[in-house]
Design a protein around this ligand. Structure first.
Ligand code: HEC
Ligand code: HEC
Length: 226
């Protein structure tokens, strides 16, 4: 953005603030672009795929976790490619409010990335990536993502589900999720990341497609992008 257009943008943002009560989520959208988040993340059809798609991020994470992650990604996941940015706390709160609202409504109507894709295997792969399973279970289900106060300290990898689950049990698990993962230390805090109940946002057919994708996963597959 050129300097003059940046100034015009802020002038417009300021006058919008003056004329109506503050809408943090709306301001958050501007901060999200301004802080360079869209250089790596997609929401709906805009942004880049250098990191996870955030179109449904408000469905899969709590505002509390989002705030902690954005404040210092390395503190939660050492080695992550997501940079730590010094964002003032009110701007960060607005970004969190904007992200917390993202529950899939930014997909163009009837145009979710997997809609109309003929191959069931490809639909399953696209759901895994774009609905955001990948953000917690890793590329190709390889795992490596932390959680607090859970046995082993990590969200499970999914490369072994074909051994542990029947197709029907796998579908049931994905549909209902695990709202309160078992704690490692019963007296310790609740885990901050849980398995969402995907039946709230995905149809039975979509859950069947992603289950088939998981059943075909093999350990050690090459990176599959975001
Ligand atoms: C250089 C690329 C890059 C930039 C810039 C970036 N991120 Fe990320 N982000 C990532 C990557 C990669 C991950 C996945 C974490 C991992 O695999 O280590 C991630 C993960 C996330 C997640 C968690 C996704 C999920 O569903 O679990 C959120 C939320 C997020 N980023 C928000 C932001 C925000 C807000 C900004 C701007 C302040 C931002 N990111 C800037 C690369 C980036
Ligand atoms: C916000 C993080 C998050 C996202 C996104 C997520 N999961 Fe999970 N998932 C978890 C956690 C945490 C567990 C472990 C639950 C427990 O304690 O039993 C889990 C468990 C599972 C399991 C059971 C694994 C096992 O070893 O028994 C399956 C299968 C699974 N997830 C599939 C999916 C699919 C498919 C998607 C996308 C549609 C998805 N997950 C998205 C966090 C997530």
């Amino acid at each position: 953005m050129k300097r003059s257009s940046v100034l015009a943008f802020f002038a417009a943002a300021l006058s919008a603030c003056a004329s109506r009560p503050a809408a943090p989520a709306q301001a958050g959208r501007a901060y999200f672009v301004q802080a360079g988040c869209a250089a790596c993340h997609r929401i709906g059809s805009s942004g880049n795929a250098v990191g996870p798609d955030l179109t449904m991020v408000g469905f899969r994470h709590s505002p509390q976790w989002l705030d902690m992650w954005i404040k210092d990604p390395q503190a939660w996941k050492p080695g992550t490619l997501m940079p730590k940015k010094d964002i003032p706390s009110d701007a960060r709160a607005a970004i969190v409010a904007y992200l917390a609202e993202q529950k899939g409504q930014a997909w163009p109507k009837g145009g979710r990335p997997w809609d109309g894709v003929a191959s069931a295997a490809e639909r399953g792969r696209l759901i895994y990536l774009r609905a955001g399973c990948v953000a917690c279970h890793g590329q190709n289900g390889a795992g490596g993502y932390p959680n607090n106060n859970v046995p082993g300290g990590q969200i499970p990898s999914l490369t072994g589900v074909s051994e542990g689950y029947s197709r029907a049990d796998l579908i049931a698990k994905i549909k209902s999720g695990v709202p309160s993962p078992a704690k490692a230390d019963a007296a310790g805090p609740a885990p901050l990341v849980w398995m969402p109940a995907w039946g709230q946002v995905l149809s039975d057919a979509e859950i069947g497609d992603v289950a088939d994708y998981l059943l075909a996963l093999k350990p050690g597959a090459a990176s599959d992008g975001w």
